[in-house]
Write a protein of this length. Structure first.
Length: 350
């Protein structure tokens, strides 16, 4: 299955209607402009292609002129928004058990993302990373929406006794970044280094096991788990590894992650990942070389970094190695390329 055909639950995107209604905007016109309809999105088990999600989010941002759609949507998604997964969470013994349940069945909530949860006895951390390729607009929207939804879920599950949290997102600060200052007991960081992949991390500064849930019911939770397992078995997993690797290499700030690091993220061996890439007609070295060169061109053209700074930002040990690699692909030195781009800007502005 190609990334553009990958199916995700439509129920979350139908909630954009609430945001458009509050702004007096026409959601029907928005949906029609990308070939969708509200009845199709509103069906309980409706699904939508990732390519349609990308087009919907880009068009929604254009029509509304809002940068905070992901932030505001996430605030509206409670645990009960997640169907049987939410039911299992609400009937868990404590917050720790609820988050473990969500991580186990997150593929039913948002199959295009992977959720991991860890508890070290003093704090709990939720980390979410994309499993398939998506546009930068879609990635930024989803990271904010997922981060805010996690905060809302924990607020609801604990009866608004959420411990202080630290939210870290790999994307750069959005125009509405100050909205995060209004959320109590929250420290946040944009442009965070989360390792080999873009994503969002939420750390609870308190042991989640110490937060019992009011609706705890072992029998109801067992029923939910049985249903979730049956549904998860039917979920088709994406196999477009080349697109995911390319997106991850492009979105991670700093030096590019290695093959070993990306394979570890997917819980597979480097040899297996390379085998999957070979089936798709490429290799990790080919993808990394192209993305590295594309990023070099972008950063040199931006005129904000020197050649040496660009070299180090891409993981080169010195500028000489960078210059040789750049010349082999571009046919000129990085300094010459940068000067040409600067001259072109002057001509265009004249």
């Amino acid at each position: 299955m190609q990334p553009s055909d990958y199916l995700v639950p439509a129920r979350y995107y139908a909630r954009i209607a609430e945001l458009f209604a509050s702004d007096g905007l026409d959601l029907t016109a928005l949906l029609e402009s990308v070939g969708l309809s509200m009845p199709a999105l509103a069906r309980p088990e409706a699904q939508i292609r990732v390519s349609d999600v990308d087009r919907l989010l880009v068009r929604a941002a254009e029509i509304s002129s809002r940068s905070d759609l992901g932030f505001e949507l996430g605030k509206r998604l409670s645990a009960s928004s997640h169907s049987f997964v939410g039911f299992g969470m609400l009937n868990s013994r404590n917050l720790d058990q609820a988050l473990r349940f969500e991580a186990q069945y997150f593929g039913l909530i948002m199959p295009s993302f992977r959720m991991r949860y860890a508890n070290d006895g003093e704090t709990g951390e939720v980390r979410l990373t994309p499993r398939i390729a998506m546009s930068h607009v879609s990635l930024a929207f989803h990271l904010e929406a997922i981060g805010m939804a996690a905060i809302r879920e924990i607020d609801d599950l604990t009866g608004h006794r959420r411990p202080p949290c630290r939210l870290r997102l790999s994307i750069m600060p959005p125009p509405h970044v100050r909205l995060y200052d209004r959320i109590p007991n929250l420290r946040y960081e944009f442009g965070a280094d989360l390792g080999a992949t873009p994503g969002v991390s939420l750390t609870l500064l308190g042991n989640p096991r110490e937060f019992p849930l009011a609706m705890a019911d072992p029998h109801a939770r067992a029923v939910a788990e049985s249903r979730c397992q049956a549904m998860l078995d039917q979920v088709t997993r994406a196999r477009a590894f080349a697109d995911w690797v390319a997106m991850t290499l492009r979105e991670v700030s700093g030096a590019l992650p290695t093959l070993d690091e990306l394979a570890a993220t997917l819980n597979i061996s480097p040899r297996t990942l390379n085998r999957y890439l070979a089936r798709e007609g490429t290799t990790f070295r080919t993808l990394a070389g192209k993305i590295q060169h594309d990023l070099a061109c972008e950063r040199l053209a931006g005129q904000t970094q020197s050649v040496t700074e660009v070299a180090y930002s891409l993981g080169f040990s010195d500028s000489s190695n960078f210059a040789r690699a750049f010349r082999a692909r571009e046919g000129c030195s990085p300094r010459t390329y940068q000067r040409r781009k600067a001259l072109m800007k002057l001509v265009d502005s004249a």
